[in-house]
Design a protein around this ligand. Sequence first.
Ligand SMILES: *[C@@H]1O[C@H](CO)[C@@H](O)[C@H](O)[C@H]1NC(C)=O
Ligand SMILES: *[C@@H]1O[C@H](CO)[C@@H](O)[C@H](O)[C@H]1NC(C)=O
Ligand SMILES: *[C@@H]1O[C@H](CO)[C@@H](O)[C@H](O)[C@H]1NC(C)=O
Ligand SMILES: *[C@@H]1O[C@H](CO)[C@@H](O)[C@H](O)[C@H]1NC(C)=O
Length: 426
Amino acid sequence: MSAFFSFFLFFFSLSTLSFTMALRIVPPFEPESIYQISNSLNKFYDTSKYGIFQLNNGLALTPQMGWNSWNFFACAINETVIKETADALISTGLADLGYIFVNIDDCWSTVSRNGKGALVPDPKDFPSGIKALADYIHEKGLKLGIYSDAGMFTCQVRPGSLYHENGDAQLFASWGVDYLKYDNCYNLGIEPKKRYPPMREALNATGRTIFYSLCEWGEDDPALWAGRVGNSWRTTQDINDSWASMTTIADLNDKWAAYAGPGGWNDPDMLEVGNGGMTFEEYRAHFSIWSLMKAPLLIGCDVRNMTAETLEILSNKEVIAVNQDPLGIQGRKVSAEGSDYCSQVWAGPLSGNRMVVALWNRCSEPVTIKAKWETIGLHSSASVLMRDLWKHEDLGNIDGFFEAIIASHDCGMYILTPLALSNAAI
Ligand SMILES: *[C@@H]1O[C@H](CO)[C@@H](O)[C@H](O)[C@H]1NC(C)=O
Ligand SMILES: *[C@@H]1O[C@H](CO)[C@@H](O)[C@H](O)[C@H]1NC(C)=O
Ligand SMILES: *[C@@H]1O[C@H](CO)[C@@H](O)[C@H](O)[C@H]1NC(C)=O
Ligand SMILES: *[C@@H]1O[C@H](CO)[C@@H](O)[C@H](O)[C@H]1NC(C)=O
C-alpha cells in the first residue's frame, strides 16, 4: 500500500469515528487538521477513548500549566512567597510561555473551621486573606489555585471538604479561586467515585469556572471514570525528587494514554525540575516525557531562585508546544530494548500531520537509540523533516529510521513532519 493511501485511510477512520458516536464531544480541532500519517497509527496510538470524557466546563483543552507550592515549600508557605512567586513567573517570562496557574497546596488554612463552619485562611501566614491574594494574582493576568481534600482532613490535618462541598465551593468562588486540587487523605474508606463528584456539582453550582484537579493517587483507576468528574486526575502516588520515582511514575502513567484528551488529562504529578535531586539530563528527560505524555506542567521548584539550567528546561518553547498541541493525544512508550529495556522510544501524533519522538536512555552508559519508522507508526518509506527540540536545529530530510547517541539518563526529543504528506495534501 502506498504511503499516500495509508495516510488517507487513517484520516478517514478517525473522522468516521467522530460522526458515528453521537454523544461523543468532538475535540476542538478541524478534521482537516488531524494528522494523516498512517492507518497503522491506530494500532500504535489507540485513540478509542479520546474525546469521550468531557467535564464540559470549557477548561483543560490543553494540559494545565503553572506552579504549585508543595514540591519545594511543603507547609512553609505564606502570602509573601505566593506573591513573590507570581512576580517571578512574570519576570522570568514563564507566565508568557503559558505557566499561569499559581496553586497553593496544603497548609493554607487553620486547623479548624470557624463558628459558622467555614474554612479560614491561617491568619499568621495569610493575614490579608485569599481574596486579596487572588486579586493580586489576577491583576498580573495569572490565575489562583487552592487545595482541599475529599475527606475529613487534608493530608496535613487541616479541615477537609467531605460533606462541606457546597459551602467550601461557594467560599472558593467568592474569593475568586480558579482551580481546585482535591486530595484523598482521611477519606473514611469511602470510594473515590462517591467522594469526588459532589465537589464537581458544588463547583459547577457556583457559576464560576473552576478547574477541577482530582488527586486520588490513581487508587481507583481514575482514567476509567474521572474524565466525567474532573479536568485532570492523578494516576499515581506522589512523585519525589529522584530518578527512581520519576521513571516509575512515567511508566505507570503511560498505561492510561488512551484515556487522555482535550478536557481531561492523566496527571503523573507535578514537576520536580529544579529541586536538586536529579541531574540536568534527568530533569530534561522528566520535562520531555511529561510534555510528550500531555501531563499537566506544574512547576514544583522555587521560581524566585532558579538556576539558568532550570530555566532553560522549563522555558523550552518547542517542548512546551508539544505538550500544548491542540490535537491533545497522549504520546506513549513504543519500544524498549537493550539491557533492562532501557533504550526507549516514546512517540505520539501531533497536529499538522506531525509526530513527536523522544529517545530516552534509561541506562547508566551512553547508548545509540534507533527509532525505525515502523516502530513509531510511520510507513517505512516515509520521508520526514526532522527537528531537534533541545538543540533547536533542523536535521533535514530523514528516511526509514533515525538514531542518535544519547547520554546516560538523557532524552533527545524531535518533531517529524512527513514530506510525502505535504505533497499528498495538496
Ligand atoms: C514566608 O515563607 C518563606 C518560604 O518558606 C519564608 O522564607 C519567609 O520567611 C516567610 N515569611 C514570613 C513573613 O513568614
Ligand atoms: C456546569 O455544567 C454544565 C453541564 O456540563 C456546563 O455546561 C457548564 O459550563 C458548567 N458550568 C460551570 C460554571 O462549570
Ligand atoms: C521516592 O520514590 C521512590 C520510587 O517510588 C521510592 O523508592 C523512594 O523510597 C522514594 N523516596 C522518598 C524519600 O520518599
Ligand atoms: C537559591 O538556590 C541555591 C541553590 O541553587 C541555594 O543554595 C540558595 O540558598 C538559594 N537561595 C535562596 C535565597 O533561597
